[in-house]
Design a protein around this ligand. Sequence first.
Ligand code: FAD
Length: 459
Amino acid sequence: SGEQPAQREATIVGAGLAGALMATLLAQRGWKVEVYESRGDPRIHGFAGGRSINLALAERGLHALRAADADRDVLAQAVMMRGRMVHPADGGTPQLQRYGRDDSEVIWSVSRGELNITLIDAAEAAGATLHFDRRLEAVDFAAQRAFYRGGGGLHRVGFQTLIGCDGAGSTLRAQMRQRADLGERIDWLGHGYKELEIPPAADGGFRIEPNALHIWPRGRYMCIALPNDERTFTVTLFMAMQDEGKGDPSFETVPDATAARALFERDFPDALPLIPELDHDFEANPIGTLGTLYLDRWHLGGHAVLIGDAAHAMVPFHGQGMNCAFEDCVALARHLDATPDLATAYAAFEAERMPDAAAIQKMALDNYIEMRDLVDDPGFLLQRELELALQARHPTRFIPHYAMVTFMRIPYSLALERSEVQRGILEAATQGVASVAEVDLEAVDREVLRSLPPLADIP
Ligand code: FAD
């Protein structure tokens, strides 16, 4: 009998969404996994937020949860969202715009706290060891030692390799930057967000349609609302941080509850009566900032690698940051399976995922314009109708942009490339046209056949 191969070991920094899933996937493969998380154990202390209260889970994220056998537990607590419910500025009746063709093409609203706890349980069940209240402070890469603060002390612990899942403000990234130029650049969006709550109705039910993502598009700013399984909605107001001199509201010109109430009376009159604690929520909740993080390097040889927000934080408007982070976990586990050499695996992971991260970062920025401005624009709605007609005519070639990102797992970079071709087709075909009936479909068919090769992986 041959020699037993040494057990592979990894130290994961951060037990957030990516960290807990990564720990599960590696522990399932027999790795010895240690996880260090700066916050307390959410199962004991309750979940201390930071980012959004709830999130949209789509096929990419669900697929990763299936790999960790956590999908059923997560879906049991999720609320289905069939499409966007657009609330017009004139107070007219909200309209549902479906995301997909039917209920097989939907997204799921999940609680960040519940999801994190489910994944922490999964990681422990798979054999990972989690250390809470341990904040990474410093790394000595040459000596392969890391320093964690918590429990009243500083703890020095050796490592084989570090996997950085410590989010957009990653300490591991800051430590790696001291050893190598990562080419780091952050583009701040200049817009921020504030979370508010719609409580349950008097009879304990939802106050508005639960199976939708609600949007109040107002041009250069907007509100959205996602349902929670306890019959509440989390409302998020997005607007500029500073006055941009265009007459739009901003966190500078809407600094307090009185100004917020006036803004809601003017622009979101149907939402205002749904948010009884508006004054409290607006005063008590922090303003979240948003930006896109670009790096040229995600790893330091075999010593350390960054994944999720630590590597490529993005603005939240495609609802894909977590979905992308979960895809990272699956991809990294696959590259680690393929070779025992960590540096080789990390380099292959980076080469595969960096173009895809860049693509979804771009699409997320573009989607802010779509959500806050275009969803109630007649030209946009005409293009959307034509998109569905073309999908019915060419199901393997013309797949709507939103569907490629949300319901499929083709690389984000391929989704972006095809979306750009499709947008050109849609814009040309709807030029000077008032309805799909007026579109020259045979000419459009020829263009589709010429420029969009069939896709194999069709949902
Ligand atoms: P995080 O979830 O931020 O986890 C990082 C973890 O590391 C945390 O537990 C933190 O406590 C810990 N940590 C930090 N520093 C240290 C340290 N020094 N030592 C030890 N531990 C540390 N994505 C979607 O897919 N769908 C959505 O609908 C969606 N909506 C969003 C809405 C908003 C307003 C925002 C801001 C983001 C949204 N996202 C969404 C993006 C999503 O939140 C992130 O992409 C996701 O949380 C990334 O996971 P992560 O594990 O990389 O980082």
